[in-house]
Design a protein around this ligand. Structure first.
Ligand code: ADP
Ligand code: MG
Length: 245
């Protein structure tokens, strides 16, 4: 594991009615580590991500970020959301704002950054994701892959300690998947702490420090990509891999 724990879940449980969607989840994500979460649909992967960002409450257990428990509400919660960026399958950009405004909005509103400073930083981030020429466009004028790269730049604009990705390429046409994965690979190389839910096994093999296999609300395996892909231990994982590889 790279460095000390940045995100730590201990004995986390959650139900949706009778459905035990997170069952005694223990997970540690080290600083600078890339953890890829895979598993069958309905297994609880999105709920796990949302719990880490406190978009979902949990019933028992603890989640800590940088050694501190997640805040319950108010300013501290807004601060947490700024510290852990989230990138969704459905880019969630503001349709009536330009690309540049999408990236500047939170730094100006939440961080009280000066507009000129936020704009300068937004252009820098757009350059990093290869979209500086698109700054004045509106999201609908961009391809899906470009929109997702804007969403990543927007998350980075808050200088997050970690980024959560929930199936960031699942809504994209095949030819656009790689441009998004390449930006994510670059972030990984730069040492960003990342939790990535994805079905892109090539990304998991090449970029992940660990693969977490989740099914039916449990973490079934938590191992290196080499170990997981060459010799999965559980029948559940073997079955899953046989269907997708
Ligand atoms: P995954 O991301 O692995 O596909 P999810 O975390 O989205 O899994 O969902 C896990 C289970 O919880 C699924 O059975 C899903 O239908 C259920 N679920 C997710 N969100 C809700 C909700 N808000 N209310 C009730 N059930 C939900
Ligand atoms: Mg999901």
């Amino acid at each position: 594991m790279a460095g000390e724990a940045l995100i730590e879940l201990r004995g986390v449980n959650k139900h949706y009615g009778k459905l035990h969607v997170l069952q005694d989840i223990d997970l540690t994500v080290g600083r600078g580590e890339v953890v890829v979460v895979i598993g069958p649909s309905g297994g609880g992967k999105s709920t796990l991500c949302r719990a880490i960002n406190r978009l979902e409450t949990i019933e028992s257990g603890t989640i800590t970020l940088d050694g501190r428990p997640l805040p319950e509400e108010g300013r501290a919660l807004a601060q947490l959301r700024a510290e852990v960026g989230m990138v969704f399958q459905s880019f969630n950009l503001f349709a009536h704002r330009t690309v540049l405004d999408n990236i500047m909005l939170a730094p100006v509103k939440v961080r009280k950054k000066r507009k000129d400073e936020a704009a300068r930083r937004a252009r820098e981030l757009l350059d990093r994701v290869g979209l500086v020429s698109q700054a004045e466009k509106f999201p609908a004028q961009l391809s899906g892959g470009q929109q997702q790269r804007v969403a990543i730049a927007r998350a980075l604009a808050m200088d997050p300690k970690a980024l959560l990705f929930d199936e960031p390429t699942s809504a994209l046409d095949p030819e656009m998947i790689n441009e998004v994965l390449e930006v994510m690979r670059q972030l990984a190389r730069e040492g960003m702490t990342m939790v990535v839910v994805t079905h892109e096994m090539g990304f998991a093999r090449s970029a992940a420090n660990r693969v977490v296999f989740m099914a039916d609300g449990r973490i079934v395996e938590d191992r290196t990509p080499e170990e997981f892909f060459t010799a999965p231990r559980s029948e559940r994982a073997k079955d899953f891999l046989s269907k997708i590889l």
